[in-house]
Design a protein around this ligand. Structure first.
Ligand code: ASP
Length: 630
């Protein structure tokens, strides 16, 4: 956050900072103070055609610091009235609200100093983007990366591996024509990406182009001229944005590891792509496989075939795999998968080459760079990982069995529904209700079978509440763990802007708070509002609640709107347990409220003698005795 808002990073310029937004006002600006909750999106503008403008010669060039200024001129991209009233003229940008979206999109733009044609991108830029997402991860609901189209699929694929245990959506988009040109695909691509990033919990690195939201590591650039510039040859889109945005929740890849989001920020650069062609020489193959190369994506014919009559090439491949070079076989065909159906394919596997199934060249190459940089894995593990589906990038063997809509179909039949749309809608109504019922009954077997029937474990009901929200209220740690292992997302906010962590705090489920934090959950929203809730707890002498907030990472000295801290209220109401708890956990007894009063002064005014004793014996000159951090 600090880097975004203070703009101290060497390589990036923060548009909001250029506009003079300070940290406090930015924090305040990003809260949901309106009826419609806000969805906060960080836009990383790295370059590419989308943001380019024509110079005097009519040539397309990126112009530093012009992008945000121009965005503010477009009513589709900037609701001036709302934004200026709420955030001031130089605050974040806000999209006009629509009736169909649940959240109003508030977005900040982080403009890179070296706006880059994506042909010039390197692994260093991928690492920079990943780190920028990490820096701002907790402050936004989603991320949109504006990127040149030429190497966009490489970046998307690389990020999908580098962003480990990702719980929020990252969308890469760009355009064939600059966004500020009269007729441009950029406007639609950008708008749809913003709306999806703010409104949908799809915890994946995606590419949006045309009308499709695709899994990033399944995409390739398909056209240098068409507005449908990207395709996802072996995997259908995660969502389509036509009049309605329709998400195929069943195809979302959800991380099932109880881990917090982190970035794997190193890549092995000794990797390459080698495409076979008739009469390729063994000298070329030999040179290509020489050290320092450590991993090669071999693009073979059809279902993964090499010429069986070219022992010279096979010998080079064999020698390289024996030296430890990881060689992954993928097809040159646009769609389909390599297999060992033919002798010509089997030959490769006998000589140490491993199958890359239906991975795109971009996914296979970036996955190699990622896997080979994992120093904790030995060579055999790396070879295994290349064949394992890590982020939905490959389909190996049989797809997981799903009892295709049986349950819903049965209900649908009895209701005489027939169209796919009706079935889809029925599923979206029935599944959340059934998941919630299973949570309330603590029925883990039922939860698992519902997933088997095609329920998305993070599917929300009409109030935007998921099974995990309910489980956090109910308080059974086993159910919570199971849901998380089934891929339930910790970041989903309901209609009232509550996350599962909010529920766990307000039901004082301490074990659950711990496991949610382990999975990357964090407090969100306005610090002053959190301060107010803690002040309420202190007023009621609810030490357990204060402990819940402390466990969730709240600052116990956070002030409410009147500048009072929880300690002020605990002292005022003479709640000695709460006063002691707060002092023991580092609350500052010298904080003054808007009237200039400390907690001790308030306690004195209220004749709260026990609280006064604790406060006065707690320390002098700002030093609190026995204080310890936890
Ligand atoms: N050459 C440009 C780039 O990849 C093309 C584009 O943005 O579409 O950055």
């Amino acid at each position: 956050m600090s880097r975004l808002l203070c703009g101290s990073h060497g390589n990036v310029v923060c548009a909001t900072n250029n506009d003079g937004l300070n940290m406090e006002s930015a924090k305040r600006s990003l809260t949901g103070l309106t009826n419609k909750p806000e969805g906060r999106v960080l836009v990383l503008y790295t370059g590419g055609t989308i943001g380019m403008m024509r110079n005097e010669q009519g040539v397309l060039v990126p112009i530093a610091n012009a992008f945000v200024k121009n965005l503010r001129k477009y009513p589709q991209l900037y609701d001036r009235e709302y934004a200026e009233k709420k955030f001031g003229a130089m605050g974040p940008l806000v999209l006009p609200v629509t009736a169909t979206d649940n959240r109003r999109v508030v977005y900040n733009v982080l403009e890179y100093t070296n706006l880059c044609d994506s042909s010039n991108m390197t692994m260093d830029e991928w690492i920079r983007i990943a780190n920028d997402i990490k820096e701002s991860y907790e402050h936004f609901d989603g991320f949109v990366v504006l990127h040149g189209t030429d190497t966009l699929s490489y970046t998307a694929s690389a990020l999908s591996f580098m962003l480990e245990a990702l719980g929020k959506i990252v969308i890469l988009t760009g355009s064939q024509v600059p966004i500020f040109d009269t007729r441009s695909d950029g406007l639609d691509n950008f708008l749809a990406s913003l709306v999806i990033a703010a409104n949908y919990n799809i915890p994946e690195v995606c590419v949006f182009f045309g009308t499709n939201l695709m899994r990033g590591n399944r995409t390739s650039k398909a056209s240098a001229t068409s507005f449908e510039a990207f395709y996802s040859p072996n995997f259908s889109p995660l969502a389509t944005a036509n009049i309605k945005i329709e998400v195929d929740y069943r195809s979302i890849f959800r991380s099932c590891i109880l881990e917090k989001f982190y970035v794997h920020a190193s890549l092995n650069r000794n990797v390459g792509l080698l495409r076979l062609f008739p009469s390729i020489t063994s000298e070329l193959v030999k040179v290509f496989l020489q050290p320092p190369i450590e991993g090669v994506v071999l693009q073979t014919y059809g279902a993964g075939n090499v010429p069986t009559n070219r022992e010279d090439i096979i010998a080079e491949l064999r020698a390289a795999t024996k030296r430890g070079v990881v060689i992954v076989n993928i097809t040159q065909c646009a769609t389909g998968c390599v297999s060992d159906a033919y002798e010509a394919g089997k030959l490769l596997y006998k000589n140490g080459v491993i199958p890359g199934f239906d991975m795109t060249p971009e996914a296979a190459l970036t996955k190699l760079a990622y896997v080979l940089s994992k120093h904790e894995w030995d060579t055999e593990t790396k070879r295994q990982m290349m064949q394992t589906n890590l982020r939905g990038e490959l389909t190996a063997g049989r797809p997981p069995t799903m009892q295709d809509w049986d349950l819903v179909e049965a209900v649908a039949r009895s209701l005489r529904l027939s169209s796919a749309a009706e079935l889809q809608e029925l599923g979206s109504i029935l599944f959340p209700a059934m998941l919630n019922a299973a949570v309330i009954r603590r029925d883990i077997v039922k939860l698992e079978s519902l997933q088997g029937y095609g329920a998305d474990i993070s599917q929300a009901n009409a109030d935007g509440r998921t099974a995990l929200h309910i489980a956090c209220c109910e308080g059974d740690i086993k159910v919570v763990r199971r849901l998380l292992k089934m891929g339930a997302n910790v970041h989903i906010k309901d209609r009232f802007d509550r996350t599962p962590l909010t529920d766990a705090i307000e039901y004082d489920r301490h074990e659950i708070i711990k496991v949610l934090l382990q999975c990357g959950a964090h407090l969100h929203g306005d610090a002053v509002q959190i301060g107010e809730r803690m002040c309420d707890a202190a007023t009621a002498g609810n030490t357990k609640r204060l402990q819940s907030y402390l466990m969730a990472g709240a600052d116990l000295s956070q002030k409410d709107v009147s500048g009072r801290t929880p300690l002020h209220f605990a002292a005022l109401h003479n709640h000695t347990d709460a006063v002691k708890f707060l002092l023991d956990h580092g609350a500052d007894p010298h904080c003054i409220d808007m009237l200039g009063q400390t907690a001790t002064e308030l306690a004195k005014a209220a004749r709260a003698s026990d609280a006064i004793r604790l406060l006065t014996s707690s320390g002098q000159n700002g030093v609190v005795k026995n204080a310890h951090a936890s």
